[in-house]
Design a protein around this ligand. Structure first.
Ligand SMILES: [Zn+2]
Length: 298
């Protein structure tokens, strides 16, 4: 499974070996070629209403905010220039700079894969900074170092790094059928792969025992900082016992049914009367689509 899914495939070179070099970072911030992506309340500034694109702006427009200590992150090098993200939450910005804000989930499927991946990185890191201002060890306010990639405690010297939460997501297969569960928190008739630690989760959520488990692919999921890790699992039993805390319902679906559900979800159909799958922004969609099309087996 070599495809790249939404939020994966970041084209930037993070140049991590150089981001502690404050003079180099300062020089990049003085370079007229450098571009900056502003986010407010974790939504990026965009340009164009019919087909919004990320609004990469010259650094000069953000000089005051940078000097005032706005949260700034070095995203990396690409197309011969440096790219930064800045947190514009609460910032007073000139009206011609202050372009339209679009929610990341809504924007991601409409922009290029590489741009969505850069946006995921920016959103996830800015959110991490907003939620990790104090040292987890001693409670002191921490300082940002390494061009936005580390927070350091001036009192106990602890370094704190951006976190990533791994989430396993799997499709349990029994012959020509697959098990899909419908989340309690999600209304309507949308079925998804069951999440969390493959065999244990399938057992806990649906009462199905699994044997072989095969890793398929991973996808960054910046809400706020997950890494979805997709699997196929071979179901050894068929009788479903749903955990009512987690799932409203779980059912076996035939391969051709799942193929149709994937096609409906890809077409954007959201008819609550018909069973469907998550949209193609989610790796769950592709796990189901690929298995139902015969592209993967456990
Ligand atoms: Zn500390």
């Amino acid at each position: 499974m070599d495809d790249i899914y939404c939020f994966g495939g970041n084209p930037l070179d993070r140049a991590s070996e150089r981001r502690n070099d404050r003079e180099w970072i300062a020089a990049l911030l003085g370079d007229p070629e450098t571009r900056i992506l502003a986010l407010r309340d974790l939504k990026p500034f965009t340009r164009g209403t019919a087909a919004p694109a990320l609004d990469w702006q010259p650094v000069t427009q953000w000089r005051d905010q940078i000097d005032a200590g706005a949260q700034l992150i070095f995203l990396g090098l690409g197309d011969g220039r440096a790219h930064f993200a800045i947190d514009a939450t609460g910032a007073n910005v000139a009206p011609d700079v202050d372009t339209e804000l679009v929610d990341v989930r809504a924007l991601a499927p409409t922009i290029a894969t590489g741009e969505a991946a850069i946006l995921a990185e920016a959103r996830s890191l800015l959110d991490w900074h907003a939620r990790h201002r104090f040292c987890a060890q001693c409670g002191s306010p921490t300082k940002v170092v390494s061009a936005g990639w580390v927070r350091r405690c001036p009192d106990c010297r602890a370094s704190h790094f951006p976190r990533t939460d791994p989430v396993v997501i799997m499709l349990a297969i029994h012959g020509d059928r697959a098990l899909l569960g419908r989340n309690r928190r999600r209304a309507g008739a949308r079925f998804s792969c069951l999440e969390e630690a493959v065999r244990r989760e399938v057992r806990e959520e649906a009462g199905i025992r699994c044997g072989r488990v095969r890793y398929l692919a991973a996808q960054p999921w910046p809400f706020p900082s997950s890494l979805m890790i997709g699997f196929l699992a071979e179901a050894l039993t068929e009788e479903i016992t749903v955990d009512p805390e987690e799932l409203a319902e779980a059912r076996w679906f035939r391969r051709d049914e799942i193929r149709e559900m994937a096609a409906r979800a890809a077409a954007g159909s959201d008819d609550p009367a018909q069973v469907s799958l998550p949209s193609p922004i989610a790796i769950a969609h592709h796990i189901c689509r690929r298995w139902s099309s015969g592209l993967d087996s456990v």
